[in-house]
Ligand binder design. Sequence first.
Ligand code: GDP
Ligand code: MG
Length: 613
Amino acid sequence: MATMESLIGLVNRIQRACTVLGDYGGDSALPTLWESLPSVVVVGGQSSGKSSVLESIVGRDFLPRGSGIVTRRPLVLQLHKTEQGLQEYAEFLHLPKKRFSDFSLVRKEIQDETDRLTGKSKQISPVPIHLSIYSPNVVNLTLIDLPGLTKVAVEGQAESIVQDIENMVRSYVEKPNCIILAITPANQDIATSDAIKISREVDPTGERTFGVLTKLDLMDKGTNALEVLEGRSYRLQHPWVGIVNRSQADINKNMDMIAARQREREFFVTNPDYGHLASKMGSEYLAKLLSKHLESVIKARIPGIASLINKNINELEAELNYLGRPVAIDSGAQLYTILELCRAFDRIFKEHLDGGRPGGARIYGVFDHQLPAALRKLPFDRHLSFQNVKNVVSEADGYQPHLIAPEQGYRRLIDTALNYFRGPAEASVDAVHSILKELVRRSIMETQELKRFPILQAELAAAANEALERFREESKKTTLRMVDMESSYLTVDFFRKLPQEVDKGGNPAVPSADRYSEGHFRRIGLNVFSYVGMVSETLRNTIPKAVVHCQVREAKRSLLDNFYTQLGKKEGKQLSQLLDEDPMLMERRQQCAKRLELYKSARDEIDSVSWSG
Ligand code: GDP
Ligand code: MG
Protein backbone atom coordinates (compact mmCIF):
# COMPACT_ATOMS: atom_id res chain seq x y z
CA MET A 1 0.00 0.00 0.00
CA ALA A 2 1.28 3.42 -0.86
CA THR A 3 1.82 5.51 2.22
CA MET A 4 1.37 9.22 2.43
CA GLU A 5 5.11 9.55 2.63
CA SER A 6 5.61 7.74 -0.62
CA LEU A 7 2.97 9.95 -2.14
CA ILE A 8 4.87 13.07 -1.17
CA GLY A 9 7.91 11.36 -2.62
CA LEU A 10 5.95 10.80 -5.77
CA VAL A 11 4.92 14.42 -5.97
CA ASN A 12 8.55 15.29 -5.48
CA ARG A 13 9.62 12.96 -8.24
CA ILE A 14 7.03 14.41 -10.56
CA GLN A 15 8.24 17.90 -9.79
CA ARG A 16 11.82 16.79 -10.28
CA ALA A 17 10.96 15.22 -13.60
CA CYS A 18 9.04 18.33 -14.62
CA THR A 19 12.15 20.39 -14.00
CA VAL A 20 14.38 18.01 -15.90
CA LEU A 21 11.92 18.02 -18.76
CA GLY A 22 11.75 21.78 -18.71
CA ASP A 23 8.10 21.81 -17.64
CA TYR A 24 8.91 24.00 -14.69
CA GLY A 25 6.76 27.08 -14.51
CA GLY A 26 6.11 27.78 -18.13
CA ASP A 27 3.31 29.84 -19.54
CA SER A 28 1.23 27.18 -21.24
CA ALA A 29 -2.50 27.57 -20.98
CA LEU A 30 -2.82 24.43 -18.93
CA PRO A 31 -1.48 24.94 -15.44
CA THR A 32 1.62 22.80 -15.50
CA LEU A 33 1.75 19.81 -13.32
CA TRP A 34 4.51 21.48 -11.37
CA GLU A 35 2.29 24.36 -10.42
CA SER A 36 -0.52 22.10 -9.36
CA LEU A 37 1.80 20.49 -6.83
CA PRO A 38 2.57 22.16 -3.53
CA SER A 39 6.01 23.56 -2.75
CA VAL A 40 7.41 25.46 0.20
CA VAL A 41 8.90 28.91 -0.29
CA VAL A 42 11.05 30.71 2.26
CA VAL A 43 10.47 34.46 2.44
CA GLY A 44 11.75 37.16 4.68
CA GLY A 45 14.03 40.13 5.01
CA GLN A 46 17.67 39.95 4.13
CA SER A 47 19.72 38.13 6.79
CA SER A 48 16.61 37.08 8.67
CA GLY A 49 17.92 33.52 8.62
CA LYS A 50 16.07 32.01 5.62
CA SER A 51 18.96 29.98 4.29
CA SER A 52 19.84 28.86 7.80
CA VAL A 53 16.29 27.60 8.37
CA LEU A 54 16.33 25.70 5.12
CA GLU A 55 19.60 24.10 6.03
CA SER A 56 18.41 22.95 9.37
CA ILE A 57 15.27 21.49 7.85
CA VAL A 58 17.49 19.52 5.51
CA GLY A 59 19.94 18.76 8.30
CA ARG A 60 22.98 19.48 6.17
CA ASP A 61 25.25 22.46 5.62
CA PHE A 62 25.28 23.36 2.00
CA LEU A 63 23.85 26.83 1.49
CA PRO A 64 25.82 30.03 1.28
CA ARG A 65 24.91 32.06 4.35
CA GLY A 66 26.05 35.27 5.94
CA SER A 67 25.40 38.94 6.19
CA GLY A 68 24.61 41.07 3.16
CA ILE A 69 22.91 39.77 0.02
CA VAL A 70 24.08 36.18 -0.17
CA THR A 71 21.19 34.41 -1.89
CA ARG A 72 20.94 36.09 -5.26
CA ARG A 73 19.05 33.53 -7.34
CA PRO A 74 16.08 31.38 -6.36
CA LEU A 75 17.20 27.93 -5.26
CA VAL A 76 14.70 25.17 -5.91
CA LEU A 77 15.66 22.49 -3.45
CA GLN A 78 14.13 19.06 -3.67
CA LEU A 79 14.60 16.63 -0.87
CA HIS A 80 14.19 12.99 -1.75
CA LYS A 81 14.09 10.49 1.06
CA THR A 82 16.08 7.39 0.23
CA GLU A 83 16.34 4.05 2.02
CA GLN A 84 18.28 3.80 5.26
CA GLY A 85 21.94 3.08 4.75
CA LEU A 86 22.19 4.60 1.32
CA GLN A 87 24.85 7.20 0.61
CA GLU A 88 23.71 10.79 0.80
CA TYR A 89 24.31 12.96 -2.27
CA ALA A 90 23.24 16.11 -4.07
CA GLU A 91 22.73 16.77 -7.75
CA PHE A 92 22.25 19.96 -9.74
CA LEU A 93 19.97 20.18 -12.73
CA HIS A 94 22.65 22.07 -14.61
CA LEU A 95 25.22 19.32 -13.87
CA PRO A 96 23.10 16.23 -14.40
CA LYS A 97 25.89 13.65 -14.36
CA LYS A 98 27.70 14.88 -11.28
CA ARG A 99 26.93 13.56 -7.80
CA PHE A 100 28.11 15.70 -4.91
CA SER A 101 28.69 13.87 -1.67
CA ASP A 102 30.80 16.66 -0.19
CA PHE A 103 28.27 19.31 0.76
CA SER A 104 30.80 22.09 1.01
CA LEU A 105 31.29 21.61 -2.73
CA VAL A 106 27.53 22.00 -3.14
CA ARG A 107 27.75 25.37 -1.46
CA LYS A 108 30.61 26.36 -3.74
CA GLU A 109 28.71 25.25 -6.82
CA ILE A 110 25.67 27.32 -5.75
CA GLN A 111 27.93 30.35 -5.41
CA ASP A 112 29.66 29.69 -8.73
CA GLU A 113 26.41 29.03 -10.56
CA THR A 114 24.95 32.23 -9.10
CA ASP A 115 27.99 34.17 -10.26
CA ARG A 116 27.76 32.60 -13.72
CA LEU A 117 24.55 34.53 -14.30
CA THR A 118 25.01 37.61 -12.21
CA GLY A 119 28.77 38.03 -12.08
CA LYS A 120 30.56 38.45 -8.77
CA SER A 121 28.29 41.32 -7.91
CA LYS A 122 25.34 42.17 -5.77
CA GLN A 123 22.94 41.73 -8.69
CA ILE A 124 20.11 39.25 -8.56
CA SER A 125 18.60 36.96 -11.18
CA PRO A 126 15.16 35.34 -11.25
CA VAL A 127 16.50 32.23 -13.02
CA PRO A 128 16.34 29.45 -10.45
CA ILE A 129 19.09 26.98 -9.58
CA HIS A 130 17.71 23.47 -9.18
CA LEU A 131 19.25 21.22 -6.57
CA SER A 132 18.16 17.77 -5.47
CA ILE A 133 19.29 16.10 -2.30
CA TYR A 134 18.95 12.35 -1.91
CA SER A 135 19.28 11.18 1.63
CA PRO A 136 17.78 8.77 4.14
CA ASN A 137 17.76 11.61 6.66
CA VAL A 138 15.44 14.05 4.92
CA VAL A 139 11.69 14.24 4.53
CA ASN A 140 10.28 14.44 1.03
CA LEU A 141 9.86 18.14 0.39
CA THR A 142 10.38 20.81 -2.24
CA LEU A 143 11.74 23.99 -0.75
CA ILE A 144 12.56 27.23 -2.47
CA ASP A 145 15.09 29.67 -1.09
CA LEU A 146 14.77 33.24 -2.33
CA PRO A 147 16.82 36.43 -2.06
CA GLY A 148 15.81 38.43 0.99
CA LEU A 149 13.52 41.42 0.83
CA THR A 150 15.39 44.69 1.28
CA LYS A 151 14.53 48.32 1.76
CA VAL A 152 17.30 50.18 -0.01
CA ALA A 153 19.66 49.48 -2.87
CA VAL A 154 23.25 49.35 -1.66
CA GLU A 155 26.44 50.30 -3.48
CA GLY A 156 26.72 48.26 -6.70
CA GLN A 157 23.00 47.58 -7.01
CA ALA A 158 20.52 49.13 -9.40
CA GLU A 159 17.87 51.38 -7.83
CA SER A 160 15.22 48.94 -9.02
CA ILE A 161 16.59 46.03 -6.97
CA VAL A 162 14.25 46.53 -4.02
CA GLN A 163 11.25 46.26 -6.31
CA ASP A 164 12.84 43.48 -8.42
CA ILE A 165 13.31 41.27 -5.38
CA GLU A 166 9.82 41.94 -4.18
CA ASN A 167 8.38 41.06 -7.58
CA MET A 168 10.40 37.88 -7.72
CA VAL A 169 9.26 36.84 -4.27
CA ARG A 170 5.66 37.71 -5.07
CA SER A 171 5.73 35.64 -8.27
CA TYR A 172 6.42 32.60 -6.09
CA VAL A 173 4.21 33.22 -3.10
CA GLU A 174 1.12 34.28 -5.03
CA LYS A 175 0.70 30.78 -6.54
CA PRO A 176 -2.13 29.14 -4.62
CA ASN A 177 -0.14 25.94 -4.19
CA CYS A 178 2.74 27.69 -2.54
CA ILE A 179 3.24 27.12 1.16
CA ILE A 180 4.86 30.17 2.66
CA LEU A 181 7.54 29.92 5.29
CA ALA A 182 7.54 33.48 6.58
CA ILE A 183 10.79 34.13 8.41
CA THR A 184 11.08 36.93 10.94
CA PRO A 185 14.04 37.44 13.28
CA ALA A 186 12.96 37.58 16.91
CA ASN A 187 15.19 40.55 17.58
CA GLN A 188 13.05 42.65 15.27
CA ASP A 189 9.56 43.90 15.95
CA ILE A 190 6.97 41.68 14.30
CA ALA A 191 5.17 44.77 13.10
CA THR A 192 8.09 45.51 10.79
CA SER A 193 8.33 42.00 9.33
CA ASP A 194 8.67 41.95 5.55
CA ALA A 195 7.75 38.28 5.52
CA ILE A 196 4.45 38.83 7.29
CA LYS A 197 3.70 41.87 5.18
CA ILE A 198 3.96 40.04 1.86
CA SER A 199 2.36 36.81 3.05
CA ARG A 200 -0.63 38.66 4.43
CA GLU A 201 -1.02 40.27 1.05
CA VAL A 202 -1.16 36.99 -0.90
CA ASP A 203 -2.63 34.77 1.83
CA PRO A 204 -4.92 36.97 3.93
CA THR A 205 -6.51 34.05 5.81
CA GLY A 206 -3.11 32.64 6.70
CA GLU A 207 -4.01 29.11 5.71
CA ARG A 208 -0.84 28.52 3.77
CA THR A 209 1.53 30.62 5.83
CA PHE A 210 3.86 29.24 8.51
CA GLY A 211 5.32 31.88 10.80
CA VAL A 212 8.91 31.19 11.79
CA LEU A 213 10.75 33.21 14.37
CA THR A 214 14.56 32.99 14.16
CA LYS A 215 17.35 34.36 16.30
CA LEU A 216 15.51 33.72 19.54
CA ASP A 217 18.97 33.56 21.12
CA LEU A 218 19.69 37.13 20.13
CA MET A 219 16.81 38.78 21.92
CA ASP A 220 17.61 41.40 24.49
CA LYS A 221 17.96 40.07 27.99
CA GLY A 222 14.69 40.27 29.83
CA THR A 223 12.51 40.06 26.70
CA ASN A 224 10.91 37.02 25.12
CA ALA A 225 8.89 36.15 22.06
CA LEU A 226 5.97 34.46 23.77
CA GLU A 227 3.50 37.02 22.45
CA VAL A 228 4.40 36.00 18.93
CA LEU A 229 5.00 32.30 19.49
CA GLU A 230 1.69 31.86 21.26
CA GLY A 231 -0.10 33.61 18.45
CA ARG A 232 -1.18 36.68 20.32
CA SER A 233 0.73 39.24 18.23
CA TYR A 234 -0.23 37.98 14.84
CA ARG A 235 -2.63 35.14 14.33
CA LEU A 236 -2.02 32.52 11.71
CA GLN A 237 -3.93 29.31 11.12
CA HIS A 238 -0.78 27.33 11.85
CA PRO A 239 1.23 27.62 15.03
CA TRP A 240 4.33 29.78 15.09
CA VAL A 241 7.66 27.97 15.36
CA GLY A 242 10.69 29.42 17.09
CA ILE A 243 14.16 28.56 15.82
CA VAL A 244 17.73 28.98 16.96
CA ASN A 245 20.14 28.73 14.08
CA ARG A 246 23.88 29.02 14.19
CA SER A 247 25.28 32.46 14.65
CA GLN A 248 27.92 33.84 12.34
CA ALA A 249 30.47 33.01 15.02
CA ASP A 250 29.26 29.37 15.05
CA ILE A 251 29.58 29.25 11.29
CA ASN A 252 33.06 30.65 11.44
CA LYS A 253 33.94 27.99 14.00
CA ASN A 254 32.50 25.32 11.69
CA MET A 255 29.97 24.13 14.21
CA ASP A 256 28.28 21.13 12.61
CA MET A 257 24.59 20.52 12.17
CA ILE A 258 24.31 17.82 14.80
CA ALA A 259 25.84 20.05 17.40
CA ALA A 260 23.66 22.93 16.26
CA ARG A 261 20.46 20.92 16.58
CA GLN A 262 21.54 19.62 19.93
CA ARG A 263 22.17 23.12 21.14
CA GLU A 264 18.86 24.34 19.73
CA ARG A 265 17.03 21.62 21.64
CA GLU A 266 18.85 22.53 24.81
CA PHE A 267 18.01 26.16 24.30
CA PHE A 268 14.29 25.48 24.33
CA VAL A 269 14.31 22.83 27.04
CA THR A 270 16.40 24.88 29.44
CA ASN A 271 14.93 28.27 28.70
CA PRO A 272 12.48 29.20 31.46
CA ASP A 273 10.33 31.22 29.02
CA TYR A 274 9.97 28.55 26.34
CA GLY A 275 10.27 25.33 28.35
CA HIS A 276 6.53 24.60 28.11
CA LEU A 277 6.69 24.97 24.31
CA ALA A 278 9.90 22.98 23.84
CA SER A 279 8.24 20.08 22.02
CA LYS A 280 6.78 22.44 19.47
CA MET A 281 9.88 24.47 18.75
CA GLY A 282 13.01 23.99 16.69
CA SER A 283 14.00 23.04 13.18
CA GLU A 284 13.21 19.35 13.49
CA TYR A 285 9.72 20.10 14.64
CA LEU A 286 9.29 22.61 11.81
CA ALA A 287 10.34 19.99 9.27
CA LYS A 288 7.77 17.53 10.62
CA LEU A 289 5.07 20.17 10.75
CA LEU A 290 5.67 21.10 7.14
CA SER A 291 5.72 17.55 5.97
CA LYS A 292 2.43 16.82 7.76
CA HIS A 293 0.82 19.89 6.29
CA LEU A 294 2.04 18.88 2.87
CA GLU A 295 0.38 15.51 3.31
CA SER A 296 -3.00 17.03 3.97
CA VAL A 297 -2.61 19.46 1.09
CA ILE A 298 -1.69 16.68 -1.30
CA LYS A 299 -4.55 14.53 -0.07
CA ALA A 300 -6.97 17.32 -0.87
CA ARG A 301 -5.40 17.86 -4.26
CA ILE A 302 -5.28 14.25 -5.38
CA PRO A 303 -8.40 14.35 -7.55
CA GLY A 304 -7.22 17.50 -9.30
CA ILE A 305 -3.72 16.20 -9.75
CA ALA A 306 -5.02 12.90 -11.06
CA SER A 307 -7.18 14.57 -13.66
CA LEU A 308 -4.33 16.81 -14.71
CA ILE A 309 -2.12 13.76 -15.06
CA ASN A 310 -4.74 12.02 -17.17
CA LYS A 311 -5.04 15.06 -19.39
CA ASN A 312 -1.28 15.08 -19.82
CA ILE A 313 -1.24 11.38 -20.63
CA ASN A 314 -3.83 11.88 -23.35
CA GLU A 315 -1.95 14.78 -24.85
CA LEU A 316 1.34 12.94 -24.78
CA GLU A 317 -0.12 9.85 -26.36
CA ALA A 318 -1.61 11.93 -29.12
CA GLU A 319 1.71 13.62 -29.70
CA LEU A 320 3.61 10.34 -29.69
CA ASN A 321 1.21 8.95 -32.25
CA TYR A 322 1.86 11.97 -34.38
CA LEU A 323 5.62 11.65 -33.99
CA GLY A 324 5.53 7.92 -34.75
CA ARG A 325 6.99 4.97 -32.94
CA PRO A 326 10.73 4.41 -32.74
CA VAL A 327 12.35 2.61 -35.66
CA ALA A 328 13.11 -1.14 -35.55
CA ILE A 329 16.74 -2.19 -35.24
CA ASP A 330 17.07 -5.28 -37.43
CA SER A 331 17.64 -4.66 -41.11
CA GLY A 332 14.81 -6.88 -42.29
CA ALA A 333 12.32 -4.79 -40.39
CA GLN A 334 14.04 -1.63 -41.54
CA LEU A 335 13.79 -2.67 -45.19
CA TYR A 336 10.15 -3.43 -44.63
CA THR A 337 9.62 -0.01 -43.05
CA ILE A 338 11.36 1.73 -45.94
CA LEU A 339 9.27 -0.13 -48.49
CA GLU A 340 6.12 0.74 -46.60
CA LEU A 341 7.11 4.40 -46.59
CA CYS A 342 7.88 4.30 -50.31
CA ARG A 343 4.54 2.72 -51.00
CA ALA A 344 2.76 5.33 -48.93
CA PHE A 345 4.45 8.01 -50.96
CA ASP A 346 3.73 6.24 -54.24
CA ARG A 347 0.08 5.92 -53.33
CA ILE A 348 -0.23 9.62 -52.70
CA PHE A 349 1.64 10.41 -55.89
CA LYS A 350 -0.77 8.26 -57.89
CA GLU A 351 -3.74 9.86 -56.21
CA HIS A 352 -2.48 13.17 -57.50
CA LEU A 353 -2.33 11.83 -61.04
CA ASP A 354 -5.57 9.88 -60.95
CA GLY A 355 -7.60 12.65 -59.41
CA GLY A 356 -7.96 11.68 -55.76
CA ARG A 357 -5.79 14.71 -55.02
CA PRO A 358 -5.33 17.89 -57.02
CA GLY A 359 -2.57 18.40 -59.57
CA GLY A 360 -3.25 15.83 -62.29
CA ALA A 361 -5.61 18.17 -64.08
CA ARG A 362 -2.72 20.49 -64.81
CA ILE A 363 -1.31 17.86 -67.16
CA TYR A 364 -4.52 17.93 -69.13
CA GLY A 365 -4.19 21.71 -69.11
CA VAL A 366 -0.91 21.35 -70.98
CA PHE A 367 -2.56 19.28 -73.71
CA ASP A 368 -5.79 21.20 -73.90
CA HIS A 369 -4.46 24.67 -73.66
CA GLN A 370 -0.71 25.13 -73.70
CA LEU A 371 0.07 22.88 -76.64
CA PRO A 372 -2.69 24.16 -78.98
CA ALA A 373 -1.79 27.74 -78.11
CA ALA A 374 1.87 27.11 -78.87
CA LEU A 375 0.96 25.47 -82.16
CA ARG A 376 -1.22 28.41 -83.12
CA LYS A 377 1.60 30.80 -82.40
CA LEU A 378 4.08 29.18 -84.78
CA PRO A 379 5.26 31.80 -87.31
CA PHE A 380 3.91 30.17 -90.46
CA ASP A 381 2.65 33.53 -91.75
CA ARG A 382 6.18 34.75 -92.02
CA HIS A 383 7.52 31.47 -93.29
CA LEU A 384 4.86 31.24 -96.01
CA SER A 385 4.82 34.87 -97.02
CA PHE A 386 4.84 35.53 -100.71
CA GLN A 387 8.42 36.73 -100.62
CA ASN A 388 9.76 33.77 -98.68
CA VAL A 389 7.85 31.24 -100.77
CA LYS A 390 9.21 32.85 -103.88
CA ASN A 391 12.77 32.82 -102.55
CA VAL A 392 12.65 29.24 -101.38
CA VAL A 393 10.99 27.96 -104.56
CA SER A 394 13.37 29.88 -106.83
CA GLU A 395 16.37 28.69 -104.89
CA ALA A 396 15.19 25.11 -105.07
CA ASP A 397 14.63 25.44 -108.82
CA GLY A 398 18.20 26.49 -109.45
CA TYR A 399 19.02 27.59 -113.00
CA GLN A 400 16.09 25.68 -114.40
CA PRO A 401 12.72 27.03 -113.25
CA HIS A 402 10.17 24.29 -112.50
CA LEU A 403 7.95 23.28 -115.28
CA ILE A 404 4.74 22.03 -113.73
CA ALA A 405 4.84 21.99 -109.92
CA PRO A 406 7.83 23.07 -107.84
CA GLU A 407 8.39 19.66 -106.19
CA GLN A 408 11.68 20.65 -104.57
CA GLY A 409 10.29 23.99 -103.46
CA TYR A 410 7.31 22.34 -101.78
CA ARG A 411 9.60 19.88 -100.02
CA ARG A 412 11.85 22.56 -98.68
CA LEU A 413 8.98 24.76 -97.54
CA ILE A 414 7.30 21.85 -95.81
CA ASP A 415 10.50 20.56 -94.23
CA THR A 416 11.33 23.89 -92.70
CA ALA A 417 7.75 24.42 -91.55
CA LEU A 418 7.58 21.01 -89.89
CA ASN A 419 10.77 21.80 -88.02
CA TYR A 420 8.88 24.49 -86.17
CA PHE A 421 6.84 21.78 -84.45
CA ARG A 422 9.87 20.65 -82.47
CA GLY A 423 9.47 23.67 -80.17
CA PRO A 424 5.92 23.01 -78.93
CA ALA A 425 6.65 19.28 -78.77
CA GLU A 426 9.62 19.81 -76.47
CA ALA A 427 7.76 22.45 -74.47
CA SER A 428 4.92 20.00 -73.77
CA VAL A 429 7.40 17.41 -72.56
CA ASP A 430 9.06 19.96 -70.29
CA ALA A 431 5.78 21.33 -68.97
CA VAL A 432 4.54 17.88 -68.01
CA HIS A 433 7.95 17.13 -66.53
CA SER A 434 7.79 20.08 -64.20
CA ILE A 435 4.24 19.24 -63.17
CA LEU A 436 5.32 15.71 -62.32
CA LYS A 437 8.28 17.03 -60.41
CA GLU A 438 6.05 19.34 -58.42
CA LEU A 439 3.68 16.47 -57.70
CA VAL A 440 6.59 14.39 -56.41
CA ARG A 441 7.57 17.25 -54.14
CA ARG A 442 4.04 17.65 -52.89
CA SER A 443 3.49 13.95 -52.41
CA ILE A 444 6.61 13.73 -50.31
CA MET A 445 5.42 16.62 -48.18
CA GLU A 446 2.03 15.02 -47.84
CA THR A 447 3.35 11.63 -46.78
CA GLN A 448 2.99 12.13 -43.05
CA GLU A 449 4.92 8.98 -42.19
CA LEU A 450 7.94 10.28 -44.10
CA LYS A 451 8.18 13.48 -42.14
CA ARG A 452 10.38 11.94 -39.47
CA PHE A 453 12.94 10.67 -41.97
CA PRO A 454 14.62 13.61 -43.67
CA ILE A 455 17.31 11.42 -45.24
CA LEU A 456 14.90 8.94 -46.75
CA GLN A 457 12.81 11.87 -47.90
CA ALA A 458 15.76 13.38 -49.71
CA GLU A 459 16.85 10.08 -51.26
CA LEU A 460 13.34 9.33 -52.37
CA ALA A 461 12.99 12.75 -53.92
CA ALA A 462 16.33 12.37 -55.67
CA ALA A 463 15.44 8.92 -57.02
CA ALA A 464 12.02 10.06 -58.21
CA ASN A 465 13.45 13.13 -59.89
CA GLU A 466 16.15 11.09 -61.53
CA ALA A 467 13.49 8.76 -62.89
CA LEU A 468 11.40 11.68 -64.12
CA GLU A 469 14.50 13.00 -65.87
CA ARG A 470 14.89 9.70 -67.70
CA PHE A 471 11.24 9.70 -68.67
CA ARG A 472 11.62 13.20 -69.98
CA GLU A 473 14.56 12.22 -72.22
CA GLU A 474 12.60 9.26 -73.54
CA SER A 475 9.54 11.39 -74.10
CA LYS A 476 11.53 14.01 -75.96
CA LYS A 477 13.03 11.40 -78.24
CA THR A 478 9.61 9.97 -78.99
CA THR A 479 7.79 13.23 -79.63
CA LEU A 480 10.62 14.63 -81.73
CA ARG A 481 10.69 11.41 -83.70
CA MET A 482 7.02 11.88 -84.39
CA VAL A 483 7.74 15.34 -85.72
CA ASP A 484 10.60 13.96 -87.82
CA MET A 485 8.39 11.22 -89.16
CA GLU A 486 6.05 13.84 -90.49
CA SER A 487 8.83 15.24 -92.65
CA SER A 488 10.21 11.87 -93.76
CA TYR A 489 7.16 10.97 -95.76
CA LEU A 490 4.54 13.41 -96.87
CA THR A 491 0.90 12.44 -97.21
CA VAL A 492 0.53 11.79 -100.92
CA ASP A 493 -3.23 11.98 -100.93
CA PHE A 494 -3.17 15.57 -99.85
CA PHE A 495 -1.24 16.60 -102.95
CA ARG A 496 -3.25 14.35 -105.25
CA LYS A 497 -6.32 16.16 -104.20
CA LEU A 498 -4.81 19.59 -104.80
CA PRO A 499 -6.56 21.23 -107.77
CA GLN A 500 -4.22 21.65 -110.71
CA GLU A 501 -3.30 25.20 -111.38
CA VAL A 502 -3.98 24.89 -115.06
CA ASP A 503 -7.55 23.86 -114.34
CA LYS A 504 -7.92 26.64 -111.90
CA GLY A 505 -6.51 29.22 -114.23
CA GLY A 506 -9.24 28.13 -116.62
CA ASN A 507 -7.24 29.25 -119.56
CA PRO A 508 -4.71 26.75 -120.90
CA ALA A 509 -3.36 29.35 -123.24
CA VAL A 510 -1.93 31.40 -120.45
CA PRO A 511 1.72 32.07 -121.21
CA SER A 512 4.13 30.16 -119.05
CA ALA A 513 5.53 33.40 -117.69
CA ASP A 514 2.33 33.62 -115.60
CA ARG A 515 3.35 30.54 -113.77
CA TYR A 516 5.80 32.68 -111.89
CA SER A 517 3.32 35.40 -111.09
CA GLU A 518 2.50 36.49 -107.53
CA GLY A 519 -0.70 34.45 -107.51
CA HIS A 520 1.25 31.34 -108.28
CA PHE A 521 3.52 31.69 -105.27
CA ARG A 522 0.68 32.63 -103.03
CA ARG A 523 -1.12 29.46 -104.00
CA ILE A 524 1.97 27.44 -103.21
CA GLY A 525 2.12 29.18 -99.83
CA LEU A 526 -1.54 28.41 -99.17
CA ASN A 527 -1.13 24.77 -100.13
CA VAL A 528 1.85 24.35 -97.83
CA PHE A 529 -0.05 26.19 -95.11
CA SER A 530 -2.98 23.88 -95.31
CA TYR A 531 -0.71 20.81 -95.33
CA VAL A 532 1.10 22.11 -92.28
CA GLY A 533 -2.29 22.77 -90.67
CA MET A 534 -3.21 19.15 -91.21
CA VAL A 535 0.06 17.99 -89.64
CA SER A 536 -0.47 20.36 -86.74
CA GLU A 537 -3.85 18.82 -86.12
CA THR A 538 -2.28 15.36 -86.09
CA LEU A 539 0.50 16.37 -83.71
CA ARG A 540 -1.92 18.13 -81.43
CA ASN A 541 -3.43 14.68 -80.89
CA THR A 542 -0.34 12.51 -80.96
CA ILE A 543 2.07 14.55 -78.83
CA PRO A 544 -0.16 14.14 -75.75
CA LYS A 545 -0.31 10.41 -76.44
CA ALA A 546 3.47 10.20 -76.55
CA VAL A 547 3.91 12.34 -73.47
CA VAL A 548 1.43 10.35 -71.44
CA HIS A 549 2.92 7.11 -72.67
CA CYS A 550 6.50 8.03 -71.92
CA GLN A 551 6.16 10.22 -68.84
CA VAL A 552 2.86 9.97 -67.00
CA ARG A 553 2.28 6.27 -67.48
CA GLU A 554 5.91 5.49 -66.68
CA ALA A 555 5.81 7.67 -63.58
CA LYS A 556 2.82 5.72 -62.37
CA ARG A 557 4.37 2.39 -63.27
CA SER A 558 8.03 2.62 -62.44
CA LEU A 559 8.87 5.85 -60.66
CA LEU A 560 10.75 4.07 -57.87
CA ASP A 561 11.93 0.95 -59.74
CA ASN A 562 15.56 2.03 -59.75
CA PHE A 563 15.32 3.06 -56.14
CA TYR A 564 14.02 -0.37 -55.20
CA THR A 565 16.87 -2.05 -57.07
CA GLN A 566 19.43 0.07 -55.24
CA LEU A 567 17.67 -0.57 -51.96
CA GLY A 568 18.07 -4.30 -52.46
CA LYS A 569 21.83 -3.86 -52.66
CA LYS A 570 22.12 -1.88 -49.44
CA GLU A 571 23.79 -3.25 -46.31
CA GLY A 572 22.31 -3.03 -42.84
CA LYS A 573 24.13 0.14 -41.93
CA GLN A 574 23.11 1.98 -45.09
CA LEU A 575 19.51 0.96 -44.48
CA SER A 576 19.49 2.30 -40.98
CA GLN A 577 21.10 5.50 -42.23
CA LEU A 578 18.13 5.98 -44.52
CA LEU A 579 15.95 5.82 -41.46
CA ASP A 580 17.97 8.35 -39.51
CA GLU A 581 15.60 10.84 -38.05
CA ASP A 582 15.66 14.51 -37.48
CA PRO A 583 17.60 14.77 -34.18
CA MET A 584 15.17 17.39 -32.88
CA LEU A 585 12.29 15.08 -33.50
CA MET A 586 14.06 12.14 -31.90
CA GLU A 587 14.68 14.21 -28.86
CA ARG A 588 11.11 15.39 -28.77
CA ARG A 589 9.89 11.81 -28.96
CA GLN A 590 12.27 10.74 -26.25
CA GLN A 591 11.07 13.56 -24.05
CA CYS A 592 7.45 12.69 -24.70
CA ALA A 593 8.09 9.05 -23.95
CA LYS A 594 9.89 9.90 -20.73
CA ARG A 595 7.14 12.22 -19.65
CA LEU A 596 4.51 9.69 -20.55
CA GLU A 597 6.25 7.01 -18.53
CA LEU A 598 6.48 9.36 -15.59
CA TYR A 599 2.85 10.39 -15.77
CA LYS A 600 1.73 6.82 -16.13
CA SER A 601 3.62 5.68 -13.07
CA ALA A 602 2.29 8.73 -11.26
CA ARG A 603 -1.23 7.77 -12.25
CA ASP A 604 -0.72 4.21 -11.06
CA GLU A 605 0.66 5.34 -7.72
CA ILE A 606 -2.05 7.92 -7.23
CA ASP A 607 -4.70 5.36 -8.12
CA SER A 608 -3.36 2.94 -5.55
CA VAL A 609 -3.31 5.66 -2.89
CA SER A 610 -6.83 6.84 -3.55
CA TRP A 611 -8.16 3.28 -3.52
CA SER A 612 -6.41 2.45 -0.32
CA GLY A 613 -8.17 5.45 1.20
P1 GDP B 1 19.22 34.94 4.88
O1 GDP B 1 19.85 36.11 4.28
O2 GDP B 1 17.82 35.24 5.34
O3 GDP B 1 19.28 33.71 4.07
O4 GDP B 1 20.00 34.66 6.24
P2 GDP B 1 21.19 33.67 6.53
O5 GDP B 1 20.65 32.31 6.80
O6 GDP B 1 22.22 33.80 5.50
O7 GDP B 1 21.67 34.24 7.93
C1 GDP B 1 22.17 35.53 8.07
C2 GDP B 1 23.07 35.63 9.29
O8 GDP B 1 22.31 35.48 10.46
C3 GDP B 1 24.12 34.52 9.32
O9 GDP B 1 25.31 35.05 9.76
C4 GDP B 1 23.59 33.55 10.34
O10 GDP B 1 24.61 32.88 11.04
C5 GDP B 1 22.82 34.45 11.27
N1 GDP B 1 21.71 33.75 11.89
C6 GDP B 1 20.64 33.20 11.27
N2 GDP B 1 19.78 32.66 12.15
C7 GDP B 1 20.32 32.86 13.37
C8 GDP B 1 19.90 32.51 14.70
O11 GDP B 1 18.86 31.90 14.94
N3 GDP B 1 20.73 32.88 15.71
C9 GDP B 1 21.90 33.55 15.49
N4 GDP B 1 22.63 33.88 16.52
N5 GDP B 1 22.29 33.91 14.27
C10 GDP B 1 21.54 33.56 13.23
MG1 MG C 1 19.90 33.42 2.13
